[in-house]
Ligand binder design. Sequence first.
Ligand SMILES: [Zn+2]
Length: 70
Amino acid sequence: MGTEFPVCKECSSGNLLPLSDFGSQGAPIHYKAWVCSQPDCGYNIKIRNGDVYINEPISAGESHVPRTRG
Ligand SMILES: [Zn+2]
């Protein structure tokens, strides 16, 4: 049983995983983005408004990490 996902061209070890999203009307948008399964690679490709974005910085919701002040 081989993998059904394409191999990442960037690191050649991870697989590109398809991610889906939901539109403003709640309609599913399949395969809107592809992300490498290797966290160290981070290769990603996204489609937004018909344009393709490659290797955009991944937003993991950690932009507001509390900073400890000494
Ligand atoms: Zn990769």
